[in-house]
Design a protein around this ligand. Structure first.
Ligand code: SF4
Ligand code: SF4
Length: 272
């Protein structure tokens, strides 16, 4: 960020919301302020809305030491429905040397998007244009969208271990602002349970039990009722563990258990 941009950011943070207010507060020419605002908006340090200018998302601002620079990965890799931009296709509004050609009227998603690297949550191995993947947060998920030139990059290190770690944190917090860790790579979708990869998770949910501290057995539900049955069986497994010290975990990933669960679980566990 150069000196002019810094002056403009400070003026906005101090409460200037209009061009005149920023010009008055900084003593800079209108042209310089306009240029700085354009850069700062593009780099998501500032947002322009109905009330004028304001600092970008206060809860998760870009790290002051980071800028998009030459990266345009979000204009290439992410889906932006508002401009009919599919995943992994450079936006029709992007022009080399110019950048976004509809910058002043770009959709809200483009205005507000800040990736996890730009927010300062990840080290420089994760710069999207180099890593070939973009990590971004939504209310209840860590989302990873992968460049289709390197569809398996997320399985490589240092990426996979970090994503597994985040996934475990999200699982531990279930019921208390837990979150899922989701990967989209081309046509394929995955959910991480620690180091266990769930391919094509269903909309109905996934039931899972730990096998080791960072791996899980999982069952993908095919209906809300199926998910309910899976959870009831898992509760029975927990009860048997408490009673006998151990319980077999059914192997079949796609099974649809029917109550009563206890007799079969006791037999598989050699507790009868
Ligand atoms: S992916 Fe991140 S660093 Fe790259 S342009 Fe988008 S917000 Fe900036
Ligand atoms: S509209 Fe502009 S900012 Fe949005 S994806 Fe296209 S080029 Fe990028």
């Amino acid at each position: 960020m150069d000196q002019t941009e810094l002056q403009v950011v400070r003026a906005v943070e101090a409460g200037a919301t209009t061009m005149k207010g920023i010009v008055d507060a900084t003593g800079l020419s209108r042209l310089k302020v306009e240029r700085a605002l354009s850069t700062l908006e593009k780099q998501k340090f500032l947002i322009r809305d109905g009330q004028g200018f304001r600092p970008a998302n206060r809860r998760a601002p870009p790290s002051p030491s980071r800028q998009c620079g030459t990266c345009n990965a979000c204009c290439d890799i992410l889906e932006v429905a508002a401009v009919d931009k599919p995943v992994n296709q450079l936006c029709k509004h992007w022009q080399n040397g110019t950048g976004c050609t509809i910058y002043d009227r770009r959709p809200q998603m483009c205005r507000s998007f800040v990736c996890a690297w730009l927010q300062g949550h990840l080290d420089d191995d994760w710069i999207p244009e180099k890593a070939g993947l973009i990590v971004h947060f939504s209310q209840d998920a860590v989302n990873v969208t992968v460049d289709d030139h390197c569809p398996d990059r997320w399985r490589e290190e240092p990426y996979f271990s970090k994503l597994s770690e985040w996934s475990l944190n999200g699982i531990k917090r279930i019921g208390n602002r837990g979150y899922a860790t989701l990967v989209v790579s081309g046509e394929n979708r995955f959910m991480l349970l620690g180091r266990t990869i769930v391919p094509e998770p269903t909309l109905f949910g996934t039931a899972f039990l730990p096998l080791t501290p960072d791996t899980f057995r999982f069952w993908r539900a095919t209906s809300p009722e199926h998910l309910q049955r899976l959870h009831e069986r898992m509760a029975e497994i927990e009860r048997i563990r408490q009673e006998f010290g151990s319980c077999a975990i059914p192997e079949n990933e796609d099974d649809d258990p029917q109550a009563p669960y206890r007799p079969a679980l006791l037999r598989q566990s050699n507790h009868v």
